[in-house]
Design a binder for this molecule. Structure first.
Ligand code: HEM
Length: 279
């Protein structure tokens, strides 16, 4: 490829990486705000988190945002890898040897490696939670123990704010269809709908007797990696988009650095809190 064409395609890639990267930063804020509910200790903590999860998986506008997120992750990752290969090929060996650490900070020289680790994190993370929420036929439904007539009984919590005795399902009076719907077994009509217990599987994941601590440590390390990636990426995205105004440059740089520290730190606190403090 001619040098100018190479430069052009590399600029286009940077532009799209910047746009998708900034969109993913917005996703991170939304995802963080939702997940911070896992720090709640109230007696309805599980119900509130499961209500939030139901909203996030069924609301049409959120669904559109979710698809945009998946596309952005793929686009950002593929473009990033192509750009790294292109830069590697185009760069004269001498330049690499020319004490790059003097010119660029560590994170900026390792964006592709940091990004690849984050991609591995996202894929394994989605297998652990998102895939279970969307595809697992054995995803548990939320239940609660209530003292009924002096006897503790297990009830399904239902989306109309009511309860359905688990015994009804066990005895065949009600059946579960489409994973969350309760049907009257004789009349074959839908009577109520339950909540997928995302709270339960998230807490169980980080509190797992064998691997909970390992997962918690791996999550915390991944958040450090995310922090470094954002530390360079945030400011760099604005440069790639051509935002270069002395009035705002300082603010963007500082905001990016604060974002890169605060957001991953708050994310990391969640598994640490679940593992060590939730009973
Ligand atoms: C460390 C704390 C985190 C926890 C406890 C957590 C928890 C979850 C849970 C429970 C889900 C399933 C929700 C659903 O499918 O409705 C989910 C989905 C997801 N998570 Fe996380 N997450 C964390 C951090 C992150 C980070 C740092 C990223 C990105 C770098 C990320 C990316 C995603 C993506 C892309 C999805 C799929 C979202 C969608 O379907 O719209 N998560 N997460």
């Amino acid at each position: 490829m001619a040098k100018s064409a190479l430069l052009k395609s590399s600029l286009a890639k940077k532009y799209w990486m910047a746009l998708t990267g900034l969109f993913l930063c917005l996703f991170l804020i939304g995802h963080l705000l939702g997940n911070l509910q896992l720090l709640s200790t109230g007696e309805n903590a599980a119900l509130h988190f499961n209500q939030y999860a139901l909203f996030m998986t069924t609301n049409p506008a959120i669904k559109v945002l979710s698809y945009l997120t998946y596309i952005s992750i793929l686009f950002h990752a593929i473009d990033g890898i192509l750009l790294a290969i292109q830069n590697q090929k185009a760069r004269p060996v001498k330049y690499v040897m020319n004490k790059p650490e003097k010119n660029t900070i560590w994170a900026s020289r390792n964006m592709a490696v940091l990004g690849t680790i984050i991609l591995i994190f996202i894929v394994t993370h989605m297998v652990s939670f998102w895939a279970r929420m969307h595809f697992d036929k054995n995803m548990p439904l939320q239940t609660v123990m209530i003292n009924a007539g002096g006897m503790p009984q297990e009830f399904y919590l239902t989306t109309d704010g009511g309860y359905l005795p688990k015994a009804q399902v066990l005895q065949g009076a009600a059946v579960i269809k489409n994973r969350t719907e309760f049907y009257d077994a004789t009349a074959n009509v839908k009577i109520k709908e339950g909540y997928k217990d995302l709270y339960k599987i998230t807490v169980a994941f980080f509190k797992d007797a064998k691997l909970g601590l390992v997962y918690t440590i791996l999550y915390a390390i991944s958040m450090i990696v995310l922090g470094f990636h954002l530390y360079h990426g945030f400011g760099s995205a604005f440069q790639s988009l051509g935002v270069n105004n002395p009035k705002y440059n300082g603010f963007i740089k500082n905001f990016g650095k604060a974002f890169a520290i605060i957001v991953p730190l708050l994310f990391a606190i969640i598994p640490i809190y679940i593992h060590f403090f939730i009973k």
